[in-house]
Design a protein around this ligand. Sequence first.
Ligand SMILES: Cc1cc2nc3c(=O)[nH]c(=O)nc-3n(C[C@H](O)[C@H](O)[C@H](O)COP(=O)(O)OP(=O)(O)OC[C@H]3O[C@@H](n4cnc5c(N)ncnc54)[C@H](O)[C@@H]3O)c2cc1C
Length: 336
Amino acid sequence: MEKTTKNLKAFNTFAIDCTAEAYFEFTSKEQLPQTAQIYAQYPKTHILGGGSNTVFLNNRISGAVIRICNKGIETLEENDRNVIVRVAAGESWEGFVRWACKRGYCGIENLAAIPGTVGAAPVQNIGAYGAQAEDSIAWVESFDMARQKFIQTKKEDCRFGYRNSRWKSENKQELIHSVVFSLNKNFVPNTDYKALREYMERNPEKNPTPERICEIVTEIRNSKLPDPKILGNAGSFFKNPTVDKDEYERLKSKFKDLVAFEEQNGYKLSAAWLIESCGLKGKRFGNVGMHEKQALVMVNYGGATGKQIADFALRVRQTVKDRFDVDLQTEAHMVE
Ligand SMILES: Cc1cc2nc3c(=O)[nH]c(=O)nc-3n(C[C@H](O)[C@H](O)[C@H](O)COP(=O)(O)OP(=O)(O)OC[C@H]3O[C@@H](n4cnc5c(N)ncnc54)[C@H](O)[C@@H]3O)c2cc1C
């Protein structure tokens, strides 16, 4: 891997103008030993996928940046019911979903049109429209750059949770080079999610295929979310906070129209509702704001720095804290 200096504006969907002075592109497994040398040499090493969940806080990134660019999809096993596929971390997630749906392989069709790479999908256990990456992941293959060791992490050891995994805030020395998926060949559409169910009720289809569900989810998402190519953003900026029953009841008694969903271990509050109720939907400060149609999506109106984005995020968190005494957590990764 050759070291270069790289401007990363095109490599993060917030379009933050910043430069990595020690930039490397990882394209094949043979380079993994070299990543250990980079890891040892620099005070920090940041692994970059598609940059669609990343906020670069500074104009100059300290340490090394390794962008994951390896490619390839390989079928490991197949029978009448399912197929096991190994996908290189640098493959586009959207491309992989389309590849699978085209072949009638299912389980990930509801996760269509999520930007970014396959390698980042387990990091925050991407989720949308009633599905999560963990539903289809069999195991994850990584390289521990600190211990110079190959690791295979079975699904049950990935510590998957809501937008969470063993890689979300820890184990940053593990570079995921491939993800192995177990996909179904017998399709049962999952249309429980409200927006998808309503669409299907309005436009009934007799036997929708995974490919058709992929198209529908893409269409719904495109009608709702700002396109990062036009307006820089990282999708939902904050997670939906989970609270226990007592906390939920305290809030519900005070705020009658509170939007929340009951879960196994408490209640998930709608972060979008909390933000909108503080009057922050569509609010803009300088070059940054919460999107006018999506209260949860922070946008760069052009020229915003990472610091301006982080300052605005702090302002939103503080406003929500003052009004509801609820802590919002960011979903996006802040990189110094
Ligand atoms: C318009 C829009 C819509 C979105 N919608 C959704 C959605 O519906 N659901 C959802 O869950 N997310 C959504 N996101 C967020 C984002 O697309 C996902 O989190 C995606 O998985 C990030 O992939 P990436 O390759 O861009 O990751 P990056 O932003 O490059 O990295 C994210 C984190 O993963 C780590 N990482 C990346 N690759 C690797 C690797 N190979 N090994 C180890 N660590 C790695 C990085 O170090 C970083 O900590 C959306 C974003 C946008 C812009």
